[in-house]
Design a protein around this ligand. Structure first.
Ligand code: SF4
Length: 468
């Protein structure tokens, strides 16, 4: 590094977590509404290489343990630097920030969540300018076509507001670009392995109709990235033979996933959440989660803070979804993929979606078939699965046909089988051995849920029921 950096910088720190009790400050994150990171391409004479500016308080002026808003604007220039590269270079902010010891960067775009550890702060990482110097150097070293990089950190909430609104418009314009293209129109898809530091077996397959899970990289972005750095973390995938058009299975994708996941992922269905679903790292914008009681999908975005209809919060289901595993019915997705005609198409698409927060439903209205739109429940309509069942029956949701078909085909036996758990790896410990059920699905003829009540002895003394 040309500037003195008080902490270590390297690949070894990727994947490092900073827990709440160890943080000096938090920047962005779930409790901050307006935050962003964005890369814009400028003309060479519009920016100054190496200029790093902070608008608002720097780290030393922030209260220890508090949460602060943040916007990061990275401006680039270079003869061969095209606006097509903005999305791809922007995703590198995540990677490069995570190289810095004690500096944790999660998510992307309008969802950034950063923590600085007390340990690194005490070592001297006390200014955003130092973060800017590291980013500047890594951008120029790793992507030599970039000739100039200027970085601005904005921590003043009043200054963030207009830039945040502008950033949202830019993201939308980028996303809209790939909407006219179908997967059949192209001979190549793109893969991204940037999140393998967090989920070693995860690879994103980016197609025109299946946007990256993080919502930050389109097929066009993938093409631009693979063009400038073919050996980099974003690479071309030859589609190969189409093995299953409905599910979206391609021989080239299978081969690429097998190689990049070190043999862990052998097949990928691009348009299904069952069988061989696309893996999920941890950066997904939302989750499509299967609700076995109604044979439909719920959808929840990271921004939804309440419990979903199955009684679980986004964060709880994110744990079951993430980690680069293929988990039936728990599917990491981007908002742009939800706008695609191929969105869980093999499973029924929106005709299989039964619940989503009303804000998400309104946002996606133009992309949801009008015949099913009123039959999708939100948190304003139902509070639990029982309510949901009644709502779907009352609105004649298409999944109710599946209920009838299942009853008719499988009769009493199927009706008695209840899927009680579908998850990733379930560890069991028995007599000195640890047994892991990989991608387990558990069914039972009957589920009995009983609270463990404390036993009250005469005289009022309480005992744990297990100890009886
Ligand atoms: S979520 Fe996928 S596309 Fe986005 S950075 Fe991670 S691996 Fe790449």
């Amino acid at each position: 590094m040309s500037e003195p950096i008080p902490v270590e910088v390297g690949l070894v720190y990727e994947g490092e977590r900073v827990r709440k009790q160890d943080m000096q400050v938090e920047l962005g994150g779930p409790s901050v509404t307006e935050k962003f990171e964005i890369v814009r391409v400028r003309k060479t004479d519009e920016i100054t290489d190496g200029a790093i500016e902070i608008i608002g308080p720097d780290i030393t002026q922030m209260t220890e343990g508090n949460v602060h808003p943040l916007g990061i604007l990275v401006e680039l220039a270079g003869e061969r630097v095209e606006p097509d590269l903005e999305g791809v270079v922007e995703r590198r902010i995540h990677e490069y920030c995570n190289y810095i010891e004690g500096f944790m960067h999660l998510n992307q775009r309008y969802d950034i969540w950063i923590r600085l550890s007390k340990k690194s702060y005490k070592k001297g990482l006390t200014s955003l300018k130092i973060i800017g110097h590291v980013m500047h150097e890594l951008f120029k070293n790793e992507l030599p076509i970039i000739e100039k990089v200027q970085i601005t950190f904005i921590t003043d909430p009043l200054e963030i507001k207009p830039l945040y609104a502008e950033a949202l418009k830019t993201y939308e314009a980028r996303d809209a670009r790939a909407r006219g293209l179908s997967d059949d129109d192209v001979s190549e898809f793109y893969g991204c392995a940037l999140c393998q530091s967090f989920a070693p077996t995860h690879v994103c397959v980016i197609t025109p109709q299946r946007y990256a899970n993080c919502g930050a990289i389109s097929w066009f972005d993938g093409r631009a990235a693979a063009g400038i750095d073919p050996k980099g973390p974003i690479y071309a995938i030859a589609k190969g033979e189409c093995l299953d058009k409905e599910k979206g299975e391609y021989s080239g994708v299978n081969e690429s996933a097998r190689q990049r996941s070190m043999g862990e992922v052998k097949r990928v269905y691009l348009y299904s959440a069952f069988g061989y679903p696309h893996t999920s790292c941890g950066c997904f914008e939302g989750i499509a989660f299967y609700i076995p009681e109604v044979d439909g999908f719920g959808i929840v975005l990271r921004s939804f803070r309440d419990l979903t209809v199955n009684g679980l919060a986004f964060s709880t289901m994110a744990d079951s979804t993430a980690g680069g595993r293929q988990i039936d019915g728990f599917h990491g997705i981007s908002i742009e993929y939800m706008r695609s005609k191929k969105f869980i198409d093999a499973d029924g698409g929106y005709h299989r979606v039964v619940w989503m927060p009303h804000e998400t439903k309104d946002r996606l209205k133009p992309f949801i078939a009008p015949d099913v739109f009123p039959a999708i429940a939100t948190e304003l309509d139902v509070k639990n699965i029982e309510d949901l069942h009644a709502f779907l029956a009352g609105h004649n949701h298409p999944v109710t046909e599946r209920w009838r078909a299942t009853d008719a085909a499988a009769g009493v036996e199927a009706a008695q089988q209840v899927q009680v758990f579908s998850g990733g790896d379930i560890p069991l410990t028995v007599a000195g051995f640890r047994i892991i059920l990989k991608n387990a699905k558990i069914t039972a003829e009957k589920v009995i849920i009983q609270p463990i009540r404390p036993h009250v002895k005469p005289g009022g003394e309480h005992h744990d029921a297990k100890k009886q």
